[in-house]
Design a protein around this ligand. Structure first.
Ligand code: ZN
Ligand code: ZN
Length: 240
């Protein structure tokens, strides 16, 4: 099982181990059609994020090495959910700089307000998995999908538990791709089979590589899909 392109990779601009050039070179070696460099948004409290002042430098590098290696490479950000009302850590001005916007729930993020700290981040940091918390988590992600034009929702359900069917339905409604990531998949093959029945929903498989050697690697997803009755046409970047 192979993917035609990989639209979720990190570099040293955030917490990746490789450079822009390393990623582009590796994607070319693998014969991928295109690549996206999507470092973490600045809402993370760690230093593992790309600050907007480095966007231009990153874009210049992407332009240079895309031309050098002959590979289409997009500049994007993997934004963080920072507010329960659908806020993410990217401004309208910053958005104009991007070719592609990814967004996902991450743990080490500065909440937008006290409500988000107390009702979203804190209970999830403590590992609370009550019905009420799952409803709140789900509502938060739905708000994010409704309020922002997100191209790819990264690793849905991975860190904080959600009603995955509700998230999948919203992705279909707003035209956001539902990502199957390289790491653990937090739903069952049965749930995936059900999700595939949602009209208009499309999936994308990405590596979420934090080192160039991981680009295009989808072993976990491959093992998972073998347990599912997957339909190739529902996964937009799956090669024959
Ligand atoms: Zn992520
Ligand atoms: Zn990522």
């Amino acid at each position: 099982m192979k993917i035609l392109y990989d639209l979720h990779t990190h570099t040293r601009y955030s917490d990746g181990r490789s450079s822009v050039e390393d990623n582009i070179k590796r994607a070319k070696e693998l014969g991928l059609e295109k690549l996206a460099i999507t470092d973490h948004g600045h809402g993370k409290w760690t230093s593992k994020k790309i600050k907007p002042k480095f966007y231009k430098q990153a874009k210049d590098e992407i332009k240079k090495y895309s031309a050098q290696y002959g590979l289409l490479c997009l500049f994007g950000i993997e934004a963080n959910v920072i507010g329960m009302d659908g806020e993410i850590d990217i401004t309208k001005g910053e958005l104009k700089e991007l070719d592609i916007l990814l967004c996902g729930v991450h743990r080490k993020v500065c909440p937008k307000n006290l409500k988000t700290l107390l009702c979203f981040f804190l209970p999830n940091w403590l590992g609370i998995k009550s019905k009420k918390q799952i409803e709140r988590n789900t509502r938060t992600v739905i708000n994010v999908l409704e309020k922002n034009k997100i191209d790819i929702l990264t690793h849905p359900g991975r860190y904080f538990p959600v009603d995955i069917m509700a998230i999948a339905k919203k992705c279909a409604e707003v035209g956001t791709l539902f990502e199957l990531g390289r790491k653990e998949i937090p739903f069952s093959p049965q749930q995936f089979n059900e999700m595939q029945k949602i009209e208009g929903l499309q999936f994308i498989i990405n590596s979420d590589a934090h080192g160039a050697e991981k680009i295009g690697q989808i072993k976990k997803v491959e093992e998972f899909l073998k347990l599912c009755e997957y339909k190739k046409e529902k996964i937009i970047n799956l090669a024959d």
